[in-house]
Design a protein around this ligand. Structure first.
Ligand code: ZN
Ligand code: ZN
Length: 764
């Protein structure tokens, strides 16, 4: 507080804090960015800047909901709805901040100066209202739309995940079935010139690693330029890519090939549905029932994504479950079937497997196909499969209704504002982050959940008219009710009369919590409802820092929203830290017990030792760091204790000799005299070099080069200057040489203390 009050009226340096989830305790992974977030503001403060540092809390979203579900013994969305959304949300509210006291204690013990009293919380009504303003601003700019998308869905969390969440969860190598299925041809394609294909014993062979999607098959995709062959095999004929023959026949050269044709010649070949569930789509639809007309599903389509790298060169296509599949059906008029609910269980449309998790049905589906003579080959494949970043459930790709931000439309602007940001390490700018931006997709921002910021859209069930509400006052204007609280269980009760005479109700979804953390520059100030001038003077931030995983998380959402709203970056400088791994190179995990309790580490070695260990490592260059207690002990023994010895040496003899140093060599730009002894001149020169090197590196956010000189200096002072000068301090007479030695060591130690203070604040 004092460091800010003392600088009233000084130029400001703007820092934004990325909010952690308050649902867990702070661990080493938080200490690393926390230390960086302390060092840079301390440094800028010492340079005379006023640096406000508000702590933030991410209060909404699945992490909180999962925790409360566990507490309350609820296992599904149905359970939550039975328990009552109001009860559930209030339970979330009352315990989301359960660990804030521990956080405050630990972060303070680590030596981080940050304002916990004036913190921001994403669940506060003012914060939430600013989010509504952000959403409405995007809505007014035409950047919000409702659509269908093939999105990875977590069966446990029962909600789709956005692409950057997908990137966060990661892929694991798993075994899945890989099966080849035969589809009986019913009608030859007009370009094939082979009416024999409909003889009742000719089949198209297709390959899939997701047997559970076969009941939803509506087409088979072939590459237009790929060569396909018809092979005579016993009493039957099989069609597959020529290049894949060797995977199905031991001696392909001995196969009896009836013909070879391009995929483009086989288009519109029709086949019998494998399952009965959607067989009604086989027949064409003239559109007289009001639905879109189409020529009938279950036919061969041409697509460029088909390859001959694996399978048969013929791709089973279920437009409800695959992005490519979905694309090739666009414009055909054939309705997308997606007989799977939010929890990725089959719906009543597929009665044989209704209520069962889709992946659990793989085996039964394969057995059934085998019994019906439709399964040609059954293998296993080891491949990378995506998992939920929160609960580690395997993700299921499926078509879902969702609300989107049109990121692709403003991608050029986003890429351009990134060029204004200074990244440390620099390669992230056009590397990992820049590449991610260039390939950025529309952002799915709705979640079918409860404890979050409700999407402020009201829709009329009668006429379909929708309006977006941008503030509490606006909602009062439309509905007559001013909501004090904006959570779902309050605003869902508010309806708005529609012009058509019907009633508008809020859509059920809440916002992705990354939308909320990405809006913190506006929402923490309740902009634009309050603090307009203050916000304008404090945007964008001079500095932020988080871990590498945030290139697809917070760094990304901050940048997308700032570009969309103001065509500016949200921050000017960023230091990206690496991940902290356990000593064995594995992820730190409570269940593995592969790391020491951080509180004990600080107790044993001191916060400075831990800070210097973390900062004097490759982790400040966004590389992984293997944490070990030994590493912290080494810093204490090899760097901090020698530093303490230097100070101790100085103060012991200065007290014995009753010396009062006057600071004559203390650099304030006015030093006039210099000592005679070359050792003194040397260490003063070394001291100034450290000041120069560290300052330059700090100014370019290069912590690695800022801290190396500090560590080197301790070694030079101890092992060279003090060791070579020791006898000069032992002399019984207080002569000129002795005085100059004291003044020199005093100047060096004091200068060092100032330079190193942001890094090791306790000892300095
Ligand atoms: Zn999940
Ligand atoms: Zn209406």
């Amino acid at each position: 507080k004092k460091s800010i009050l003392q600088r009233e009226g000084s130029p400001e340096y703007v820092f934004y804090d990325g909010p952690p989830f308050a649902t867990g305790l702070p661990h080493f992974g938080h200490f690393l960015p926390s230390t960086i977030k302390d060092i840079i503001p301390r440094y800028q403060t010492m340079k005379g800047k006023k640096v406000e540092r508000r702590f933030g809390w991410d209060c909404h979203g699945l992490p909180v909901e999962n925790l409360i579900e566990k507490d309350l013994g609820l296992n599904s969305k149905t359970d939550i709805e039975k328990y009552g959304v109001d009860n559930f949300n209030e339970a979330c509210r009352s315990s989301v901040l359960r660990y804030t006291k521990e956080w405050q204690e630990t972060i303070t013990r680590l030596g981080r100066w940050v304002d916990f009293e004036n913190d921001y919380k994403t669940m506060n009504p003012d914060y939430m209202e600013s989010i509504w303003w952000v959403f409405k601003s995007l809505w007014d700019k035409g950047l919000i739309y409702e659509g269908h998308y093939i999105l990875p869905t977590c069966p446990r969390c029962a909600t789709p995940l956005s692409n950057h969440e997908l990137a966060q969860g990661g892929y694991k190598d798993v075994h899945d079935p890989a099966i080849t299925v035969r589809f009986k041809i019913t009608e030859a394609g007009p370009a094939s010139k082979d009416s024999d294909m409909a003889n009742g014993c000719t089949y198209l062979l297709a390959w899939t690693t997701t047997p559970w999607t076969l009941p939803s098959n509506l087409g088979l995709a072939m590459g237009p330029d790929i060569d396909y062959v018809k092979v005579h095999d016993g009493d039957e004929y099989y069609i597959l890519a020529e290049a894949r023959l060797s995977s199905y026949y031991k001696k392909p050269e001995e196969c009896e090939i009836i013909w070879k044709k391009k995929g483009s010649e086989l288009i519109d070949t029709r086949y019998e549905p494998l399952f009965p569930y959607f067989a009604n789509l086989y027949n064409s639809n003239n559109g007289k029932d009001g639905t879109e007309p189409h020529n009938g599903a279950f036919r061969v389509l041409n697509a460029d994504f088909v390859s001959t790298e694996d399978g048969t060169g013929i791709v089973h296509t279920a437009p409800g479950f695959g992005e490519d599949d979905n694309k090739i059906f666009k414009g055909t008029g054939i309705p997308i079937v997606c007989p799977v609910d939010n929890e990725c269980k089959f719906t009543a449309e597929v009665p044989d497997y209704q209520g069962r998790f889709v992946k659990d049905c793989d085996k039964d589906i394969m057995d059934r196909l085998k019994n019906e003579g439709k399964l040609v080959k059954r293998d296993q494949i080891l491949h990378a499969y995506p998992f939920c970043w929160r609960c580690s459930s395997p993700l299921i790709y499926r078509a879902v209704g969702s609300w989107f931000v049109r990121v692709e439309k403003i991608r050029d602007e986003i890429v351009a504002v990134n060029q204004e940001i200074k990244w440390q390490p620099e390669h992230l700018k056009n590397g990992r982050f820049g590449k991610w931006l260039e390939g950025a997709r529309d952002w799915a921002i709705s979640r079918n959940r409860y404890w979050g910021n409700p999407i402020p859209v009201w829709k009329c069930a009668d006429c379909g008219e929708a309006i977006c509400v941008g503030s509490r006052e606006e909602l009062e204007k439309f509905s007559g009710i001013y909501p004090e609280d904006l959570h779902k269980h309050f605003v869902d009760k508010i309806t708005i009369p529609c012009k058509c005479g019907g009633t508008m109700k809020r859509i059920p979804e809440v916002l992705d919590c990354w939308f909320e953390s990405g809006s913190m520059p506006y929402a923490q100030n309740h902009y634009p409802f309050e603090n307009k001038d203050y916000f304008e003077e404090h945007f964008p931030a001079d500095f932020i820092s988080e871990g590498l995983d945030q290139t697809r998380g917070w760094f990304y959402t901050l940048t997308v929203l700032a570009a969309a709203l103001f065509n500016k970056p949200a921050f000017k400088n960023v230091i990206v830290s690496g991940l902290v791994l356990a000593a064995d190179g594995k992820k730190m995990s409570k269940s593995y017990r592969n790391y020491t309790d951080p509180a004990l580490v600080i107790k044993q070695f001191g916060a400075d030792a831990l800070r210097l260990f973390l900062m004097h490592s490759t982790a400040v260059k966004a590389d992984d760091l293997k944490y070990s207690d030994d590493g912290v002990r080494d810093v204490l023994k090899g760097i901090l204790i020698p530093l303490w010895s230097s100070y101790s040496f100085f103060i012991t003899y200065a007290n014995i000799d009753n010396i009062q140093c006057d600071g004559r060599y203390f650099s304030d730009g006015k030093t006039i005299s210099l000592p005679d002894n070359p050792l003194d001149r040397w260490i003063l020169s070394i001291t100034q070099k450290m000041v120069k090197d560290t300052t330059e590196a700090m100014d370019s956010y290069d912590l690695s080069h800022a801290i190396d000189p500090i560590v080197l200096f301790i070694e030079q002072m101890n092992n060279w200057y003090i060791r070579r000068s020791r006898r000069r301090f032992w002399k019984s007479e207080n002569d000129n040489d002795k005085n100059e030695a004291y003044e020199t060591l005093y100047a060096s130690l004091k200068t060092f203390a100032l330079i190193a203070a942001p890094v090791i604040p306790f000892l300095t």
